[in-house]
Design a protein around this ligand. Structure first.
Ligand SMILES: [Zn+2]
Ligand SMILES: [Zn+2]
Length: 319
């Protein structure tokens, strides 16, 4: 099959747009979507040569964050308005994290990007291997780890003076989260998701949280994997040994099935979700502002007296 745009052989067909693309046009199309997303979200707005923005990229070593780092570096390396730093969280999962850490280091070194690593053991005094072994609250590993990671990404980015925190979530991740939020009937979760990482920066309410952004969220997972392969970007393909999220797995299957029969489903889920979330968010504004406070133990922003991270850490340490 030939490329829709030139006479080279196509390497991919994307049913949702009806195009066959050769490697050159495929690469262009990925990078164009990232640039477009950065513009649409107003990510660079307000940054100048004299007061450059500090962008911290959450780098796990997986394909998504590797591709994000690579594209942002190529796009912004010569742009004096933005400085990039990679931030990796070391959860303390033997085997898995050691390998992905090596791959992350290799990537940032080859690009010449500053790379900082923050670990659960240094910051909280416990690591995931210990958490899983003790499991004081009888939860799955991801419930602890998600809370710890969000907290440490925020504190870490703060220590690095970040203006923005960027993560590699793709279209599949985001449409799964969107549908999961709908299916659980949790409107406050929808508004949180929107406020924290989807709303354009001009519409964000100023908070002490570092604003997040997901520049790859218009791009399907498969295309990110193909981009990494075509550009020969090093990444770690292993899965976390503790990962169990059967609900996300079910939703993933459901969406991929719908996508097969109705190409464009992921895009339309997100378009409708964002419009709905914007309305829900403006409706919930006053409530959100008043409920935020600082954790009395660690100072993190939270809606309770003691933040969830401190509750979990104390529970593990009490065993
Ligand atoms: Zn072409
Ligand atoms: Zn706390």
């Amino acid at each position: 099959m030939k490329c829709t745009k030139c006479d080279q052989d196509a390497i991919i067909f994307t049913p949702y747009s009806g195009s066959h693309l050769c490697s050159t046009h495929f690469i262009n199309s990925i990078e164009r979507r990232v640039r477009h997303r950065i513009r649409a979200d107003g990510l660079i707005m307000g940054s100048t040569e004299n007061s450059p923005s500090q962008w911290v990229i959450g780098v796990s070593g997986g394909k998504d964050s590797a591709v994000l780092t690579y594209i942002l570096h190529n796009m912004l390396d010569k742009d004096p308005r933005v400085q990039l730093t990679a931030l990796t969280i070391n959860e303390g999962i033997s085997g898995y994290r050691d390998e992905s850490l090596e791959v992350s280091k290799k990537l940032t070194k080859s690009l010449g990007i500053r790379h900082e690593i923050f670990s659960y053991i240094d910051e909280f005094g416990i690591d995931m291997d210990e958490v899983v072994e003790k499991n004081p609250l009888n939860l799955n590993a991801c419930s602890y780890c998600g809370v710890f990671r969000r907290n440490l990404l925020d504190t870490g980015a703060n220590k690095l003076n970040a203006d923005k925190l960027l993560t590699g979530h793709n279209l599949d991740d985001e449409s799964q989260t969107a549908l999961m939020n709908f299916l659980s009937g949790d409107v406050s979760r929808i508004t949180k998701h929107f406020d924290a990482s989807l709303a354009p920066f001009s519409q964000r309410i100023t908070t002490e949280f570092i604003p997040r952004s997901k520049p790859l969220r218009d791009i399907p997972e498969k295309e990110i994997a193909l981009y990494a392969y075509v550009m020969d970007i090093p990444f770690y393909a292993g899965e976390c040994p503790y990962a169990v999220n059967s609900f996300r797995g079910e939703v993933r299957k459901l969406i991929l099935g719908l996508e097969d029969n109705h190409p464009g489903t992921r895009h339309s889920i997100m378009a409708g979700y964002e419009e709905f979330a914007a309305i829900a968010s403006s409706h919930h504004q006053s409530h959100k502002e008043s409920s935020r406070q600082h954790c009395i133990k660690c100072g993190s922003l939270t809606t309770q007296k003691i933040c969830q991270k401190c509750v979990f850490v104390a529970a593990v340490k009490s065993v």
